[in-house]
Design a protein around this ligand. Sequence first.
Ligand SMILES: [Zn+2]
Length: 238
Amino acid sequence: MQKDASAQIDLEDATQIFLEAFQKWTDADCGDGKHPRIKVVNLGPVACNVHEYNKKAGNANVILFHDKVWPHAGAGSTLALTTVTYNVETGEIYDADMELNGANVEFTTGIDNVLYDLPSIAAHETGHFLGMSHSADGTATMFADYMPGSMELRSLENDDIDGICAAYPPGDPIPAECDPTPRRGFETECSPPPIVAEDGSCCATAPGSPRSAGTSALAALALALGLAAKRRAVRARP
Ligand SMILES: [Zn+2]
């Protein structure tokens, strides 16, 4: 989490809401008591308050609120935006950042007088963070539109569960040495200076360098959660 969180919701509460949102995805039931083979680790608050991916320096996969000005298009209709940077050949995710529109959106967190339900929005955006795209299924949490006042997106539906289980199929336990450090190190400041290799050759293996280390082109995919233009399909409840 970005350390300032929002005037609407403090760092502690925001952290808890997003931890719970990620847990919905990691706890998804893939059948036979198995779960998606992915682990989410909170490395602590981050100072940088913009979305960025540094090709030659450390990074953070950050969740941040824009309280003053929404810096993207659609300020009046966009609730949140998650940008995922990935290798277009392998699909490996290099960086993910989530931005929430605190400047134009009044978030609520409880179950009474719901306006823009942050736990619902968090469930949707954490799906993007893990690589999920939008679903055409109107009942899915990954459907692209949100109806104000709704808490429907809080729970994953079959389409969401099918998706995350296909993307991260269950398998052997995740080894203890699995390292959650972002690419080129965990960096909480914005745009840090490039990492210089010990032999003085800067960044020889940085992704984006021509064919170095077998890497290839990057792409950034930004996916927004917007206001629903029409009613969502009625979700079947268990
Ligand atoms: Zn979305």
